[in-house]
Design a binder for this molecule. Sequence first.
Ligand code: ARG
Length: 293
Amino acid sequence: MKKVAKAAALMLATVMMTASLTACGSKPDTTQANDAAVSGQPQKTEESTVVEKQNETDTQKATPEAETTLTFGTNAEFPPFEYVASSGVIDQYDGIDMAIAKNIAEANGMTAVVENMEFDSLLVALQNGQIDAAIAGMTVTEDRKEEADFSTPYYTATQVMIVKEDSDITSAADMADKKICVIQGYTGEICVKDLGYPYEAFKKGTDAIMELVNGKCDVVVIDSATAEKYVFDNQGLKIVEDASAFESEEYAIAVKKGNTELLDKINKAIETMLADGTVAELGAQYIEAISAE
Ligand code: ARG
């Protein structure tokens, strides 16, 4: 299983170098430059800031009290990116995204708070101000870009097919006469819809996997790293890839449209984490944990 971790780490490390694509044959996206990643910003010490501010005015507070928390919306049904654990990096929430969220908040002197909700509700929650940012293994797509602004991507994934070990499905075209399961609102659903095949949509990945395990469906289409986790957890399943049918996808953090102040903060933190290897390490660590359970 080491191979899986290595491959994932490599994917994370190369995400900035690959042209960014959206799922299922849609137009290539423009890649954002990674120029802020290494530019060392001069860091004032807390002490010097306090002294300066006191000199400005004695009555003013040294540090603003507002904005001390950064609320991330997620859907904690997507291991290894976000899932509920007995103890996680942010409360009970654990996973690669949760560790990234915590890092972003801390890099900005804030505390990360998580609001767990349905995947489909995340962009609405951003729009109505219930959350500051959405981090949920969320693929950047042209449609979603109309509803939210996206950060620098931090992970490259692809859709794969999970089938029973004895399945005769070897390509996406083989799904034509099979019973297909997807997860509601995920890019996997969009891909299958684009291919023109009928399917059944489930609220959770684990529900779709249960259908497959119980022989009620023939194939589940879902993101690669999450598929690895489900195949590891359930006997008798395997992954089938088809790069010609499923393009690479990039995960990024969404903020409310126009919230450039927060987007800049998030991008600086992500770019630093990509440049110094933090994201790759987190990926390897959590993906390795799947096979070590
Ligand atoms: N990458 C897929 C998408 O953006 C699935 C993401 C699911 N994430 C989750 N936290 N449930 O649609």
